[in-house]
Design a protein around this ligand. Structure first.
Ligand code: TXA
Ligand code: MG
Length: 342
């Protein structure tokens, strides 16, 4: 199969072509503000199966359903609690996924056997236009091979999926750069399952207390049942093993310098590039600019795979704001191999 890159800026039929693939039961690469997604008709179980095949994704990991109009949610869930309305009002369209009890129409391939479904209204014109052109909600995980870092440009998607899917829609570099925040509203209290583009602090302003799932900060064994099945898998990982060093940035830079082998790759804050001039080094934006770190990390983690580094060391932002999501992705890339310098 030849994967077509469809650019809506250059081809006025781009949406029509992509929608045709979707309605024929195929999967299409789609940009969103967080990361690129691999989209199929969420109401067509056979089409959704192809997503799992293209990615090599474990079958027990459910997919998020993307909508382009609030009203679309009514048919996809069996109940909309007050907190869901508040969150949708505050953060949609945007990088937030809300887990709710699913409606009958959600195929088992989307929910992976759970009785819930994640809904998200993305804030990206190309995603919205595709959903509207297809006229159906789109199930979409991140458009990377399972286990690899997520994709934040159409070029990344091509690297992972060229030849495996009929088309990718071009939508430029993702402006958020880490995936959506996943919050579950099916239990007694709102529960954060995955930190992402909307911070915990922002969520708490709208719904008050939010429980935090264990899998966000620590490694969960394969035999343990977790709330978001995706959180237990090794993830976002480049080929070389990663070590995350947390703490004051001067101290972490010094620690890495002392402990890294000559053949190591370094991911550091921009201020520290000169410290690591002897190494293969990528920067992730300035120390205090966590939104540029979010935009940079997946590209940097992927870039190490183009090099011959034998190990990777990275600095890490604190857990405040978007930092919680960036730190989570780095720690997951490291299989939670983390050194805390306090
Ligand atoms: O930003 C994003 O969320 C991107 C873009 C494409 O929208 N999508 C994305 O999908 O990151 P994916 O499949 O790579 O990650 C979805 C996460 C997984 O950890 C999955 O286990 C969890 O959300 N999830 C999905 N549906 C769920 C459900 N019903 N209950 C619990 N967790 C769920
Ligand atoms: Mg993913």
């Amino acid at each position: 199969m030849n994967t077509q890159l469809l650019n809506p800026d250059k081809d006025e039929k781009a949406y029509e072509k992509a929608a045709k693939y979707i309605l024929a039961g195929e999967v299409v690469g789609m940009p969103t503000e967080t990361v690129y997604g691999l989209a199929a008709n969420a109401l067509d179980g056979q089409a959704v199966k192809k997503i799992f095949i293209a990615k090599g994704r474990p079958q027990d990991n459910p997919l998020i359903v993307h909508i382009a109009d609030l009203k679309q949610m009514d048919k996809l869930v069996s109940f909309i609690p007050e907190n869901a309305k508040k969150l949708a009002d505050a953060f949609w369209p945007g990088p937030l996924t809300i887990i709710l009890p699913k409606a009958e129409c959600i195929p088992i391939e989307v929910s992976a056997g759970l009785d819930t479904v994640g809904i998200r209204f993305p804030n990206h014109k190309v995603a919205q236009n595709l959903i509207k052109a297809a006229g159906v909600p789109l199930a979409a995980p991140s458009a990377n091979l399972s286990g690899r870092p997520s994709t934040t440009t159409a070029k990344h998607v091509m690297e992972d999926l060229n030849g495996k899917i009929p088309a990718v829609l071009e939508g430029g570099a993702c402006t958020v750069g880490v995936e959506s925040t996943v919050i579950s509203l099916v239990g007694d209290k709102p529960r954060l399952l995955r930190p992402g583009g909307i911070s915990l602090e922002q969520l708490m302003e709208v719904v008050g207390e939010v429980e935090i799932d264990r899998a966000i900060k620590e490694k969960i064994g394969d035999d343990v049942r977790v709330s978001a099945p995706g959180m237990k898998y090794r993830h976002y990982a480049p080929k070389a093993p990663v070590t995350v060093v947390c703490g004051d940035a001067n101290k972490t830079a010094e620690y890495i310098k002392q402990n890294a082998n000559k053949t190591a790759g370094i991911l550091c804050f921009k201020e520290y590039m000169n410290v690591f001039s002897d190494y293969k080094c990528f920067e992730m934006g300035f120390k205090d600019d966590v939104s540029s770190q979010a935009k940079r990390i997946f590209d940097a983690l992927r870039a190490f795979d183009e090099t011959d580094v034998t190990e990777i060391w990275t600095q890490c932002p604190s857990d405040e704001g978007l930092g919680l999501a960036v730190a989570n992705r780095l720690k997951k890339a490291a299989g939670f191999h983390v050194i805390n310098l306090g």
